[in-house]
Design a protein around this ligand. Structure first.
Ligand SMILES: NC(=O)c1ccc[n+]([C@@H]2O[C@H](COP(=O)([O-])OP(=O)(O)OC[C@H]3O[C@@H](n4cnc5c(N)ncnc54)[C@H](OP(=O)(O)O)[C@@H]3O)[C@@H](O)[C@H]2O)c1
Length: 229
């Protein structure tokens, strides 16, 4: 049975992608900080599947002890790591001129350092099983949207981390992928018109194709993946 570790799966894109993989019979390890929301999501993700196939562990990806729990839970072997959990940083979002640098350090801890630490922990197993890593990034990594600079810096760092990792780890598929705007709590918290954005299930279906078709390591956009086949 294939196993995936998906961070931030209590709602939004992470939950939608977990549902797709559960339907395909994957064993899943999922997390989020809010334990109640995570338990409810795990039940919904599982659907008719064996509840034993989903391990939900509440915690913060920036916490090394929590990451150790996640890694222990995939001890039997991992085929896919999805670094999806992410923070915008303080909201309302600030222009760079007023961005508190201490808050930016926290944003980096969640969006860059935690994904890298998880990657380091699971890489030996992923190499052995010729597994894959999906790092969820954003168009804010490459565009110059005002007030999105703090968050965008972290996503740009995650992209370059992925780019170098792909060169260094030929046995592992490394995808860094922009889901596009989605109707989720994150977009709402950014003050955008989230209701006008597509549901996260659309990007999840596009990212599911990365997993089933295993294209070469590289940067992908959900909008492009949805348009191929
Ligand atoms: N929404 C968009 O339009 C958009 C556009 C481009 C890229 N993205 C990216 O897509 C990904 C998913 O975003 P989304 O819109 O689905 O977000 P979301 O609806 O806010 O969901 C985020 C998930 O991550 C969890 N999470 C957040 N911080 C965490 C932490 N420190 N440790 C563990 N879990 C954490 C949340 O649960 P808890 O709060 O309970 O921890 C939740 O389950 C993110 O990487 C985001 O940057 C989103």
């Amino acid at each position: 049975m294939r196993t995936a570790l998906i961070t931030g799966a209590s709602r939004g894109l992470g939950r939608a992608l977990a549902r797709e993989l559960a339907r395909d019979g994957w064993r899943l390890v999922v997390d989020a900080r809010d334990a109640d929301a995570l338990s409810a999501a795990a039940r919904a993700i599982g659907g008719d599947a064996d509840p034993g196939n989903i391990t939900a562990i509440a915690g913060d990806v920036a916490d090394p002890a929590h990451r150790a729990d996640l890694v222990r839970a995939v001890d039997g072997g991992l085929d896919l790591l999805v670094n999806n959990a992410s923070t915008l940083g303080p909201t309302p979002m600030h222009r760079l001129a007023a961005l508190p640098v201490t808050d930016l350090a926290d944003t980096f801890a969640t969006n860059v350092l935690a994904p890298l630490a998880l990657i380091q922990d699971v890489l030996p197993g992923l190499r052995e099983r010729r597994g894959a890593i999906l790092n969820v990034t954003s168009d804010a990594a490459v565009e110059n949207y005002e007030t999105w600079g703090g968050y965008g810096l972290t996503k740009a760092a995650l992209e370059q981390l992925s780019n170098v990792l792909a060169a260094e780890e030929p046995e592992v598929a490394v995808w860094w992928a922009d889901p596009g705007e989605m109707n989720t709590d994150m977009l709402r918290a950014a003050g955008e018109d989230a209701d006008a954005a597509p549901p996260p299930e659309e990007a999840a279906a596009a990212f599911h194709r990365l997993v089933t078709e295993r294209p070469p390591s590289g940067r992908y956009r959900a909008a492009d993946l949805a348009g191929t086949r």
